[in-house]
Design a protein around this ligand. Sequence first.
Ligand SMILES: [Zn+2]
Length: 328
Amino acid sequence: MSDQPARTRPAPREGGASRPAASRRLLLVHAHPDDESINNGVTMAKYAAEGARVTLVTCTRGEEGEVIPPDLAHLAPDRDDTLGEYRVGELAAAMAALGVTDHRFLGGPGRYRDSGMMGAPQNERPDAFWQAPLDEAAGHLVAVIREVRPQVLVTYDPDGGYGHPDHIQAHRVAMRGAELAARADFRPELGGAHTIGKIYWNCNPRSEVEEGFARLRAAGHGFPGIAAVDDVPGVVPDSEVTASLTGEPAHTAAKTAAMRAHHTQIAVDGPFFALSNDLGQPLFGTEHYRLVHGSPGAADGAREDDLFAGWDDMAGMRESARFEEAAE
Ligand SMILES: [Zn+2]
């Protein structure tokens, strides 16, 4: 892609108890190709550039998405039904833009099909991700967790951010996968038990989303309409946010390029974008999280600016013991 930024690989951070970047391992679990770039593009680009191992697991190929470019309308499920294969290529291009080399589909590409929006007849298809038995789907993730052995997991909140069945199911699979991966008695053939130290859910603080929409209105955008604040997934009161990552301009540029790579799903216009509903929304260069498992690496009340903050071997051992107790 011509607008892909050049990336340099800065030296790992020094000092303190923080691990060298090369031993940091971040796992993200998402429902469809494009969710990772919209939610976590800056985070993924930043950690990949620092030398951390970034692993993306996408649960479906997004076969039921609506296609924006008219010349690709034939890919749609009610015509050729080849959107899933096409989006595998879009995801690969997005990962190249973010500098992420380890991306996989849960159980392999096409193992689970996009379930469509909540209430759609596609929810009932036997191959829909929404119909997948939880421990079977989580078992595929356990294999990845035990192989990669991430310290940090990022996924959605229990509502999947906005109630899409595949996002809800991705949340369930991520949380159950983390629990089962830590249990030595669960399918030992998948590898040695591994406890993830910190688990985060994606979120967006309301004040920042409101400011983003104010910028969009003031900018004289070219979208037919503007989305509402509550159309943005995972909007929460500011006080619930525990970690905020602001990328360097190169990381925001990489996120923007990754979103452009998902061109059947996203129309990017400068610092704004629209999904297939044509409603403009802000493209955020700061990404936010809620820590839901593990110890915060910032003082009480302060937000972390690093998802690995406070993570060291001692904390890891303490957390392992606590998580195993909680799982029993
Ligand atoms: Zn999605």
